[in-house]
Design a protein around this ligand. Structure first.
Ligand SMILES: [Zn+2]
Length: 374
């Protein structure tokens, strides 16, 4: 088998027309009529053959003797076959369907692993670096959006009751700062802020916004037996703030937002994703464990038993079961005023709303570690 090629000797840019043929000792390169002074034998061990890429010409390169360029790819394949040229890994993959399918599967697997492991990891790193002003913007956008759609309404707690709880919360925060428990320095005490709202769809609930605003809902206060239980929930929520869990959830739900924040410092996409991400947040077990261990340490610094948090979680679970059993269908119809659900983003937020337990599951192991004596 022979095939036509252009030979370049590396001395000049001139292309010599040659014929390649297979011989027992290697590749014979002979000039045609116009370049009949060329006659070489290359040992195949010294020849590098370029990979086949579509219909592009391939090259056969000898380290110090120049290279041949071949356009007739099929003839070259036959010639290489005659020369017993072994295919390199990439060529093997390209020539074998199972190998090609396997490489596609591996590629998809790598993508999957990057999504499952890389994304949370990137979110964690970036969340810790987001400036306080950005976090505050996330807080404000989320609150505004929830109030606009009437998911949050003014609290019906008396001003005295609110003041009493705020004073207890301030003590809790003060101790968190004194005790050195904090992972991130929130330089201004205003960053920790307890606000009161009522919410029919959210029921007995409390949630932390990225910069440290904690929203306590009236139904949670009503459900509690004493303020220590409420402080237990707040200590746990402060743990989520300290480890930037809410910011991480926002980053994780918006890959585009994460990339924009990382490379461009642009947070507009994140702001749009924030309300749904925060309300729909399903914290991982690791996040819950982190928030719990922070909450427990903080409660201890305040002389409070962590069993208060466990008993509050027990009440929330009981409350949730009761509601679920008796009025599941009725609740949905009653709580969601269909006439107000008019646009896409409102629907999206609504569909993401969970109860306190869906975002902070009170697993038996969690309850046990919070209150071993129970
Ligand atoms: Zn939690």
């Amino acid at each position: 088998m022979t095939c036509h090629a252009n030979y370049y000797d590396l001395q000049s840019s001139e292309a010599y027309s040659v014929i390649l043929s297979a011989e027992p000792d290697g590749l014979r390169i002979q000039g045609d009529k116009a370049s009949d002074n060329i006659n070489m034998l290359w040992q195949m061990s010294g020849v590098h053959v370029s990979e086949r890429l579509g219909s592009a010409p391939r090259t056969l390169r000898h380290s110090n003797k120049g290279f041949c360029e071949v356009a007739d790819l099929n003839s070259l394949d036959t010639l290489l076959n005659d020369l017993n040229h072994t295919l390199n890994l990439l060529e093997l993959v390209q020539h074998s369907t199972p190998a090609m399918l396997l490489s596609v599967a591996i590629f998809i697997m790598i993508l999957g692993v990057s999504y499952l492991i890389g994304l949370p990891l990137a979110s964690k790193v970036i969340a810790m670096q987001l400036p306080q002003t950005t976090l505050k913007m996330l807080d404000n956008t989320t609150l505004e959006s929830l109030e606009t759609y009437k998911f949050l309404t003014p609290s019906k707690l008396t001003p005295q009751r609110q003041q009493a709880l705020t004073a207890e919360f301030a003590k809790l925060v003060e101790n968190s700062e004194k005790s050195g428990l904090n992972a991130v320095e929130l330089s201004h005490p205003d960053h920790y802020q307890l606000i009161y709202r009522a919410s029919e769809p959210l029921g007995a609930n409390a949630f932390a916004l990225p910069s440290g605003t904690i929203v306590m809902l009236d139904d949670l206060v009503t459900l509690s037996s004493n303020d220590n239980e409420l402080m237990g929930v707040l200590a746990h929520e402060l743990g989520h703030v300290q480890r930037r869990h809410a910011a991480r959830m926002v980053l994780q739900t918006s890959i585009v937002g994460l990339a924009a924040a990382w490379w461009l410092g642009d947070v507009s996409t994140l702001l749009a994703a924030a309300p749904a991400a925060i309300l729909g947040a399903k914290y991982s077990r690791d996040m819950e464990r982190e928030a719990d261990s922070y909450g427990v340490a903080l409660m201890q610094k305040n002389g409070l038993s962590s069993c208060y948090l466990a008993s509050m979680l027990g009440k929330l679970e009981e409350n949730f079961k009761q509601k679920q059993a008796s009025t599941a269908n009725k609740m949905n119809k009653k709580q969601i005023d269909k006439t107000k659900v008019s646009n896409h983003s409102e629907n999206k937020i609504l569909s993401q709303i969970g109860n306190y337990l869906s975002s902070h599951p009170a697993t038996p192991e969690r309850m046990k570690s919070l209150c071993p004596a129970q």
